[in-house]
Design a protein. Structure first.
Ligand code: 13P
Length: 252
């Protein structure tokens, strides 16, 4: 059985004072008890990892893990502005997002680079969350499956059976931050497609890899999405900034 996984991606939001309020609100509720067999994580911006990691550690009963939003594909050295997987591991990260569409689009990240980043994350004992998804134009021209298959194919080619220790997030670009959530059936169809593609490589890997949905997930649509057989949780942007909304999605 694949555990349901809910990850908050704060993107470039947060502040020292606001983070403390968020972690205290979420952890104190989580310590009262959460549905069994689920995993939860939050990905603050890099400068807040130490603060958020420390606060999460001090509420040891809350089942909340720390994650990062990106990582360098390099190990160490003259790469100004980059952050290595070894550093993220030292800060206690469990999850690392790679290939978010905002990075693919604005910083020209290729499938090759995304896979190299995922390898760094795996080499340091953390779980990469590999983001894939098509744009509105690609969907409207009937190429959604082809585009997502192309993105997944590169990950399969490079990561091979190490994919079993990864998560994939299907985030249609047209649904991110737009309020236009993919219908549960559209999301399920693409998740199924991704799982079938993984099965062409290895049936065991396909049955193990959690595939999360991301894009305008809110408390009122999470229940239907998470009930789908190939949707194994969510990657939550805007709604994860509000502790009560995030908790409601975690319980969905
Ligand atoms: P929204 O939930 O704000 O649409 O963002 C989704 C996302 O990009 C999570 O990584």
């Amino acid at each position: 059985m694949r555990p349901l996984t809910v990850i908050g991606n704060w993107k470039m939001n947060g502040s020292i004072a606001g983070n403390a309020i968020w972690i205290e609100a979420v952890c104190s509720e989580m310590e009262k008890g959460m549905p069994a067999g689920r995993r939860y994580g939050v990905c603050p911006p890099y400068p807040f990892l130490a603060q958020c990691g420390g606060l999460i550690q001090s509420c040891s009963l809350a089942p909340l893990s720390l994650g990062a939003q990106d990582v360098s594909a390099e190990q160490l050295g003259p790469f100004t502005g980059e952050v290595s997987a070894a550093m993220l591991s030292e800060f206690g990260c469990t999850y690392v997002l790679v290939g978010h569409s905002e990075r693919r689009d604005r910083y020209n990240e290729s499938d090759q680079l995304v896979a190299e980043k995922a390898l760094q994350v795996l080499d340091h004992g953390m779980t990469p969350i590999i983001c894939v998804g098509e744009t509105a134009d690609e969907r409207n021209s009937g190429r959604a499956v082809e585009v997502v298959r192309g993105q997944v194919a590169k990950q399969v080619a490079i990561l091979q059976d190490r994919l079993a220790d990864s998560l994939i997030a299907y985030e249609p670009v047209w649904a991110i931050g737009t309020g236009k959530v993919a219908s549960a059936q559209i999301a399920q169809d693409m998740h199924r497609e991704i799982r079938l593609q993984l099965a062409e490589f290895d049936a065991d890997v396909a049955s193990h890899v959690g595939i999360l949905y991301g894009g305008s997930v809110k408390p009122d649509n999470a229940v239907e999405l998470f009930a789908m057989p190939d949707i194994d949780g969510g990657l939550i942007g805007g709604a994860s900034l509000d502790p009560q909304e995030f908790l409601a999605i975690c319980r969905a």
